[in-house]
Design a protein around this ligand. Structure first.
Ligand code: AMP
Length: 162
């Protein structure tokens, strides 16, 4: 019998995270725990955590950022919905663009899929511009291309390994 076209294949997904409000480390730990509880998802690897300066928006505190990978059979839209629920549960208020946040979760790569809808763009359109994303990705996926990494950033040390 042929395999049904509805049987979804397992994909490796890379998710970027950031927090610059409240107890940043606790927010990240909680978000990762909540991701682990999503049905159909298995956490694979977690990068180092980097402290970064905010980009754009009002004056605000530094971020703790990083990347983790998961194995999943759920689709990208459902995954975005689940991640946005976690952002809400951790108290994220959607205010102005680039405003401070308890937790931000972005889908960076979803297997080799490409999407360009109003609510979901994959690969994430700004991932090449964010050094912590590239550094985090390179930790998890060593062959990732280093495009966009600013001179000198390589010398910065991760602030912490979770
Ligand atoms: P931000 O405030 O930067 O986290 O942006 C959140 C918005 O970006 C949401 O409304 C999402 O629908 C949209 N978005 C588009 N592509 C992505 C993606 N790859 N991952 C997460 N959010 C995305």
């Amino acid at each position: 019998m042929k395999k049904s076209a509805n049987v979804k294949s397992r994909q490796t997904v890379y998710i970027g995270f950031g927090s610059n409000l409240g107890d940043r480390r606790a927010n990240i730990t909680k978000a990762v725990e909540l991701v682990k509880l999503i049905k159909g998802i298995r956490l694979k690897k977690l990068s180092s955590i980097y402290e970064t300066d905010p980009v754009g928006g009002p004056p605000q505190a530094k971020y703790l950022n990083g990347v983790f990978s998961v194995d999943t059979k759920i689709g990208p839209i459902k995954l975005l919905y689940e991640l946005q629920n976690i952002e809400k549960r951790l108290g994220r208020k959607r205010k102005a663009k680039n405003s401070p946040r308890t937790i931000d979760l972005d889908i960076l790569l979803f297997g080799d899929r490409k999407m360009n809808t109003k609510n979901l763009k994959i690969p994430h359109p700004r991932m090449h511009k964010r050094e912590f994303v590239l550094r985090g990705l390179r930790e998890l996926l060593p062959h990732v291309h280093a495009r966009g990494v600013r001179e000198g950033y390589h010398r910065r040390k991760p602030v912490e390994v979770l």
